[in-house]
Design a protein around this ligand. Structure first.
Ligand code: TMP
Ligand code: ASP
Length: 238
């Protein structure tokens, strides 16, 4: 497998073509952004930690029958994935109220949500990732009704797998964002799963162990991500 041209550079990852038209290389960079790119900083080791964290989570999801784009880890900061046609919709499940739902609905941070909520946001930084519903997704042609149902079902299935996995490490999975794409007609999980795109709290102290440390200027961002990994039995190479 040969890495070729840069196809796209996002806020935290870059994507390269390969000699196989069905495969891409993702490079996890140290760049960290929040508030739709308004706050930016490069954090030492973050690219390596997120790449290796994502690889372990994607493997765990695959073992539980969730189809993902992940093929294999190539180096400390790079992974090989299937090339998907991405659906520009961010799927968010919340087990506990935090972040935008606290501001939007005036609920208290930390409130248990029973059942967990499912929300969709349009992936568009210029518009501030507005919340949308399934009619918008259908009317604007971002996905078909069956594809929306698949994204929702897979997002909730990920919740069952990962709530338990993190709880075994004494962490609460507060919420998370997933992105999906289409590969040979099938909707499968794309993008990444890392502490950049979810909220994780220590089960006992409720200390934040995710990107809220960066958003809120709490410090020790990558140290917290490493601690999450260590609690799940991961070790990192740099
Ligand atoms: P929110 O509380 O800002 O709506 O975010 C909910 C979860 O989804 C939180 O874990 C952060 C994640 N998320 C992203 O990673 N990127 C995004 O663009 C959005 C809207 C949410
Ligand atoms: N990842 C998005 C950004 O960089 C949203 C966020 O996580 O706050 O702006």
């Amino acid at each position: 497998m040969e890495k070729r041209d840069e196809l796209y550079a996002g806020k935290a990852k870059s994507v390269f073509t390969t000699d196989d038209p069905d495969k891409l290389v993702i490079v996890f960079r140290n760049d960290t952004s929040a508030f739709d790119g308004k706050k930016k900083e490069a954090l030492d080791r973050k690219g390596a930690v997120n790449n290796q964290f994502n690889a372990a989570i994607m493997e765990a999801l695959r073992k539980e029958g969730i189809p993902t784009h992940f093929e294999k880890r190539l180096s400390a900061t790079e992974s090989l994935v299937k090339r998907l046609t991405m659906i520009p919709v961010e799927c968010v499940v919340r087990n506990i109220a935090a972040g935008s739902i606290v501001r939007r609905l005036g609920v208290e941070e930390g409130k248990q949500l029973n059942p967990p909520t499912f929300e969709m946001f349009l992936k568009d930084d210029a518009l501030g990732d507005p919340m949308i519903n399934e009619y918008h997704v259908r009317s604007f042609g971002w996905a078909e009704p069956e594809q929306i149902e698949t994204m929702k079902a897979l997002t909730f299935k990920v919740n069952e797998v990962l709530k338990k996995l993190f709880l075994d490490g004494d962490m609460l999975l507060v919420d998370y964002k997933l992105e999906f794409g289409v590969y040979k007609g099938e909707v499968i999980l794309g993008d990444e799963f890392s502490p950049d795109g979810c909220r994780l709290w220590d089960r006992n102290t409720r200390e934040k162990m995710d990107k809220d440390r960066f958003r809120q200027g709490l410090g020790n961002v990558v140290e917290a991500y490493e601690e999450v990994g260590h609690r799940l039995g991961m070790s990192f190479e740099y």
